[in-house]
Design a binder for this molecule. Structure first.
Ligand code: DTR
Ligand code: CA
Ligand code: ZN
Ligand code: ZN
Length: 457
């Protein structure tokens, strides 16, 4: 686009920004920029940004070696403290001190909540990452205690180490999500979800309402693993399932029943919950072995609540995948509805030739990893190089096929090129999926091509 075109479009847009006047509407119509509805209308806006921003901020890979290093530390702690990390035993407090030390060094605001159970002092460790909307808290938790019979490396060193390394990744990235991040390591889960129940029961109602979701990670590295996703909050569930689908890993709904871990206390007060699980004493079926590998007819974790729940009782692939899935969910769910300045842009810059007076062509942008629907002000960047743009009819087609008319043809619009950004109310459309820009040249002689198609959420 040359400067004069851009200035003419931006002048029109500026007119619209100050409130649409009749003259502005006429000018928009003349420029073919006033969308008429095939579906909710689109409005013209300033010209296409010259450089697109990147897509949604993706979570970093969580290094398996780092997660396993935490497990080795927890194993040593058990070995040096009577062989376990159980509630009321020195190995549990030593575990709390280890995790707290890592988080304090990484810049988290930590606090220890004490409680008494079965005549012994218990401890919950709460860690807040400074920043984000304090009224929208994405909360990830895992119980840190083991049973008395062993070190509890899978149950639940795996979940504890997975979210610890995710928290440290937040610090390394200096991640600044729209929502506030909180992590917790619970005490006395094995005695009956005592620590998490104590936390929630002592959380004022106003504080509970600030938690937009609680994610639970209890046993995420079972040696004969299954890939189970809690079927509670649908958005959280979908976030996890989409991640595993991206890996080509099938998942199943976790069916061992509610109330079996620390998400129960949150669910019972109406907080959306979700989580991951790789299985305990139940037996893997032949069908499950077919899709996940491993051994059918054998428990997902033969050392569940046993002394053999050691560092040898871990499947590295499961631990790695679930740690990465935890990070993906935490990053995705905390991005919030208020996108960082500039928003998340998805683009297709492949040239698509537009047949003269011919059939419609499309350029596709695949959106994934987002939660919920598209915004009411979806920015649709169109960059078409074409003489006599009046020949062109342009639609945005949502993943479900709904068409939003961006531009009608106009026999009086002899200007060249369509290089502008339309605003479309796409709030009734799911955000994820294949979005298409559909362009048709309906008059003979002038020709051109789609140069770029961009969506900014
Ligand atoms: N209660 C957990 C293990 C456990 C058993 N079933 C589920 C289902 C979902 C999460 C965890 C579990 C424990 O022994 O710590
Ligand atoms: Ca990883
Ligand atoms: Zn257990
Ligand atoms: Zn557990």
């Amino acid at each position: 686009m040359n400067l004069s075109d851009r200035s003419s479009i931006s002048a029109i847009s500026a007119g619209r920004r100050r409130g649409t006047t009749a003259a502005a509407v006429a000018a928009l119509a003349a420029a073919g920029l006033l969308a008429t509805a095939v579906a909710p209308a689109a409005e013209a806006a300033p010209a296409l940004p010259s450089t697109a921003t990147t897509a949604a901020v993706a979570a970093p890979d969580i290094p398996l070696a780092n997660v396993k290093a935490h497990l080795n530390q927890l194993s040593s702690i058990a070995a040096n403290n009577g062989g376990n990390r159980a509630h009321g035993r020195p190995g549990y407090k030593a575990s709390i001190d280890y995790v707290k030390g890592k988080l304090d060094a990484a810049g988290f605001t930590t606090s220890i909540q004490q409680f008494t159970s079965s005549g012994a002092t218990g401890y919950n460790l709460i860690a807040d990452w400074p920043g984000g909307d304090p009224n929208q808290i994405v909360f990830a938790g895992a119980h840190l205690d083991s049973v008395t019979s062993g070190a509890g490396i899978n149950d639940n060193g795996s979940g504890s180490a997975g979210i610890l390394e995710t928290a440290l990744a937040v610090s390394r990235a200096q991640y600044k999500p729209a929502k506030h991040l909180r992590f917790a390591w619970w005490g006395a889960e094995e005695l009956g979800l005592i620590g998490s129940k104590y936390y929630v029961s002592n959380l004022p109602t106003a504080e509970r309402s600030k938690i937009s979701g609680y994610l639970n990670f209890d046993m995420i590295g079972s040696p004969n693993p299954g890939y189970f996703v809690y079927d509670d909050d649908p958005t959280i569930e979908k976030t996890f399932k989409d991640y595993f689908a991206g890996l080509g890993v099938a998942t199943e709904i976790e069916t061992e029943g509610d109330g079996r871990s620390d998400h129960a206390a949150f669910k019972n007060v109406g907080i959306p919950v979700g989580g991951l699980f790789t299985g305990a004493s139940r037996t893997k079926t032949a069908a499950q072995a077919q899709k996940w590998g491993g051994t059918s007819g054998q428990a997902f974790d033969r050392c569940y609540h046993s002394s053999c729940d050691s560092t040898a009782n871990i499947n590295d692939t499961a631990l790695d995948r679930n740690s990465d899935a935890a990070a993906h969910a935490i990053w995705t769910l905390s991005a919030g509805s208020t996108q960082p300045p500039g928003g998340d842009t998805y683009e297709n810059t492949a040239d698509v030739s537009i047949p003269d007076n011919g059939t419609a062509v499309t350029s596709t942008v695949n959106v994934s990893g987002r939660t919920g629907n598209a915004p009411a002000a979806l920015q649709v960047g169109v960059d078409i190089v074409h003489t006599y743009r009046g020949d062109l009819v342009i639609d945005l087609v949502a993943p479900d096929g709904t068409a939003y008319r961006l531009k009608n043809s106009s026999s009086s619009d002899s200007a060249d090129n369509v290089q502008t950004t339309y605003t479309v109310n796409a709030s009734s459309e799911a955000a994820n999926g294949a979005w298409k820009l559909k362009v048709q040249d309906i008059a003979a002689q002038d020709t051109g091509y789609i140069n770029a198609f961009r969506l900014t959420f």
